[in-house]
Structure formats: structure tokens, C-alpha cells
Design a protein around this ligand. Structure first.
Ligand SMILES: *Cc1c(COP(=O)(O)O)cnc(C)c1O
Length: 235
């Protein structure tokens, strides 16, 4: 049995190796620990090992964990990385520091309206559907990306940080092509919005390839917390 601390160290090691291979600094890549479906005690174990950024996919589950843990661990940074229905946006606007899956104007507008004035603006990424599969959320063209980015940049309670994607389940050439496309879209967005600094891509099985293609934030779940059991939960 390996512990969460050991698996976290292994994930950090993989990031450092991948960064070294393409002459990047490991410090320029943020590890986001994806704790969806896992108990708060697993988050505490990762926290004790030094982890500070955590990603959650489901509004209610994330809300419960934040209300439980944030008072004791105020330096945890909470990232919402799941699909969001607009009628459920309020807890995300009020409790999270980051939101990775903005894919339409309506969600951006609502989060902007609901973000409390007393806390800093919500950091947001635009989600790109790079594989074009109809089952995936995210926008599918550069023009759409730029127009949504311009809109977000006008919203005072949101800060545009960059792009996020979940590539297709393919491997090899197809996956490489998708990461390359993301790298190009990110470069294009950075021309228009120089302050952006986040390319959120790469998960447990493909983090090396993502780092090679410029990812600045990798979202790692099962490699740290073990396989997820969905039998208790609706997806
Ligand atoms: C679950 C999830 C992850 C983590 O996936 P692993 O394969 O367990 O590392 C990353 N990003 C998103 C959006 C997820 O939903």
C-alpha cells in the first residue's frame, strides 16, 4: 500500500521529469490535486504533505468540503473543474477561487453577478472542446474563444487566466495533435491578453505529454488519491 503523501511525491516527480525533458522549470507547473468523490480526510492527508490546490467537480460535494475544511485550512485554493449548470452557479461564485470550465457567456455573466464584492475576483479559464466530440463541453473555434475572452475581460468580478481542456480519450498521434492545437490557441489568446498565464491540461495518464506541450497546471486525481468509486454517486 502506498500513501497519499507517497503518490503525491511521485506525481511531483513525474512533473519535474517531464519539465526537465523540455527545459522547463517544474516550479512553473502547478499541480492541482483532484479530490472529487474522495473524503475530506484524503484532502487533509495531501495538505499535510504540502499540497495546497484542490479541484472539485460537483457543486454540492465541493461546497460541503469547503465549508468543512476552509475554516481550518484557510490557505487551501479551491478550483471548480466540473460542468456547471447556470442555476447552480452561486456556490461556485461564493466559495471557489478558480473556475476552469467557462464555456458560454451566460455562465460568465452569472458568476460575475454573484461573486461577492468582499473577496477577490474569481479566476477563470475558458474550456476548449479540442476534440470536437459532441459529448464534450467547451467551445470549438478560435473565433468563439476570442469573443468569449473579450466578454470576460469586461466583467470586473472575473479575472481571465487562460484555457482549460479535457482531450479525447485517444492516445498517440491524435492526443498529440490535440495538445498542439491547445498550445496554438493559448499562444493566440496570449497575444490578445498578455496577462493570461494558465494552460490547464494533463491528467494522471497524460501529464507528461501535457507538460511537453506547455501546460502550466495539471489536474491529477487517481494517481494521487487512487481509483474513484462512482457506485455511490450519480455522475
Ligand atoms: C477527474 C478529473 C481529472 C483528474 O483525472 P485523473 O485521471 O483521475 O487524474 C482532471 N480534470 C477533470 C476535469 C476531471 O474531471
Amino acid at each position: 500500500m502506498t500513501t497519499i503523501a507517497e503518490r503525491l511525491a511521485l506525481a511531483q516527480h513525474r512533473i519535474a521529469q517531464a519539465a526537465g525533458k523540455c527545459s522547463r522549470q517544474a516550479a512553473d507547473i502547478t499541480l492541482l490535486a483532484v479530490s472529487k468523490t474522495k473524503p475530506a480526510t484524503d484532502i487533509e492527508a495531501a495538505y499535510a504533505a504540502g499540497q495546497r490546490c484542490f479541484g472539485e467537480n460537483y457543486v454540492q460535494e465541493g461546497q460541503q468540503k469547503i465549508l468543512d475544511l476552509a475554516p481550518r485550512y484557510p490557505d487551501i485554493e479551491w478550483h471548480f473543474i466540473g460542468p456547471l449548470q447556470s442555476n447552480k452557479s452561486r456556490p461556485v461564485a461564493e466559495l471557489f477561487q478558480w473556475m476552469h470550465t467557462i464555456d458560454r457567456s451566460k455562465i460568465a455573466q452569472r458568476l460575475n453577478e454573484q461573486r461577492p464584492a468582499a473577496i477577490p475576483p474569481l479566476n477563470v479559464c475558458i474550456q476548449i472542446n479540442v476534440s470536437g466530440e459532441t459529448s464534450k463541453s467547451g467551445i470549438t473555434s478560435e473565433a468563439e474563444m476570442l469573443s468569449l475572452a473579450h466578454e470576460i475581460s469586461q466583467l470586473p468580478r472575473l479575472t481571465l487566466r487562460g484555457l482549460m481542456t479535457i482531450p479525447s480519450a485517444e492516445e498517440g498521434e491524435k492526443l498529440i495533435a490535440e495538445f498542439q492545437q491547445m498550445q496554438q490557441l493559448y499562444a493566440r489568446l496570449q497575444q490578445e491578453f498578455p496577462p493570461i498565464d494558465t494552460l490547464s491540461m494533463g491528467m494522471s495518464h497524460d501529464l507528461e505529454l501535457a507538460v511537453e506541450h506547455g501546460a502550466t497546471m495539471v489536474r491529477i486525481g487517481s494517481a494521487i488519491f487512487g481509483a474513484r468509486d462512482y457506485s455511490q454517486k450519480p455522475a
